[in-house]
Design a protein around this ligand. Structure first.
Ligand code: B12
Length: 221
């Protein structure tokens, strides 16, 4: 199979949610010397975007979205060790979670993998994370950054609820807040008082490093 055929196959099989074929094609791509990034950004992610577009048009329903998501998640698990393969010392601690009411975790998991690859110690709280759980995790792990992920316009307001909970717990000044997810914008992030926003996983890593650097400069260390 040529690299083009592998990418086309990955795109098509993710679209129909054929998890075993997606895993086989991922392995075939890696065996052929293709990079994990190529498989992700040139096939897997575009395919899920198309799934979303079809759902919006009413051509796909929740079950189709679910099996496509599962197929993508299987490939992501295969790629995880390769994407996270670095020997960099720990840059900082990052607590991450999908907000309460929201079960989307593929985007969050991708950000986690890239953060780990860049040298962050990531503590993943999973999905449907309540403000109280974020507060408890911040008290326990004392992270440099906390990340809130939301994929629904109806769960984005949880960013503000989480930030309010941090303020109430006296923790807001001790942790950098980053937000993200498909419907989130820089304007929305600014409006809720987050410190940083990123539209994708590689920008999220860059932004996390920038924010840590800025905080160090401000603290004079
Ligand atoms: C797969 C999927 C599902 C799966 C989720 C499986 C899973 N384990 O995640 C299932 C089937 C469960 C699902 C359910 C629903 N879904 Co859905 N889903 C999707 C779909 C197709 C793909 C999402 C995805 O994983 N994308 C891939 C990743 C890589 O996306 P990404 O945005 O590029 O991620 C990057 C950034 O967002 C950023 N990022 C993400 N998190 C963070 C966090 C931080 C801190 C930072 C800095 C950055 C960052 O980095 C990521 C990596 O590069 C989207 C369509 C879409 N276009 O997003 C709809 C979509 C998100 N779903 C939608 C809807 C409506 C639903 C349901 C309400 C449907 C229903 N009627 O039940 C339910 C809600 C369930 C719930 N309570 O959460 C809508 C949301 C519309 C809206 N604006 O509110 C979308 C947009 C589809 C659409 N076009 O209408 N869904």
């Amino acid at each position: 199979m040529t690299p083009e055929e592998i990418l086309k196959g990955l795109y098509d099989q993710t679209l129909v949610g054929n998890a075993p074929a997606v895993l086989d094609l991922t392995n075939a791509g890696l065996d052929a010397g293709m990079t994990p990034e190529t498989l992700l950004f040139d096939a897997l992610i575009p395919s899920l975007e198309e799934v979303g577009a079809r759902f919006e048009r009413g051509d796909f329903f929740v079950p189709e979205m679910l099996i496509a998501g599962r197929a993508m998640a299987g490939a992501l698990e295969r790629l995880r060790p390769l994407l996270a393969e670095t020997g960099v010392a720990t840059l900082g601690t990052f607590v991450m979670g999908t907000v309460k009411g929201d079960v989307h975790d593929i985007g969050k998991n991708l950000v986690n993998i890239m953060l780990e690859g860049a040298g962050f110690h990531v503590i993943d709280l999973g999905v449907q994370v309540s403000p109280e759980k974020f507060v408890d995790a911040i008290r326990e792990h004392k992270p440099d950054i906390v990340g809130f992920s939301a994929f629904l316009t109806t769960t984005m307001p949880m960013f503000k609820a989480n930030i309010n909970a941090l303020v109430k717990a006296g923790l807001r000044d001790q942790v950098i807040v980053m937000v993200g997810g498909a419907p989130v914008t820089q304007e929305y992030a600014d409006a809720v008082g987050a410190d940083g926003y990123a539209a994708d996983a590689s920008t999220a890593v860059k932004k996390a490093k920038d924010l840590m650097q800025r905080r160090r400069v401000m603290a004079g260390t």
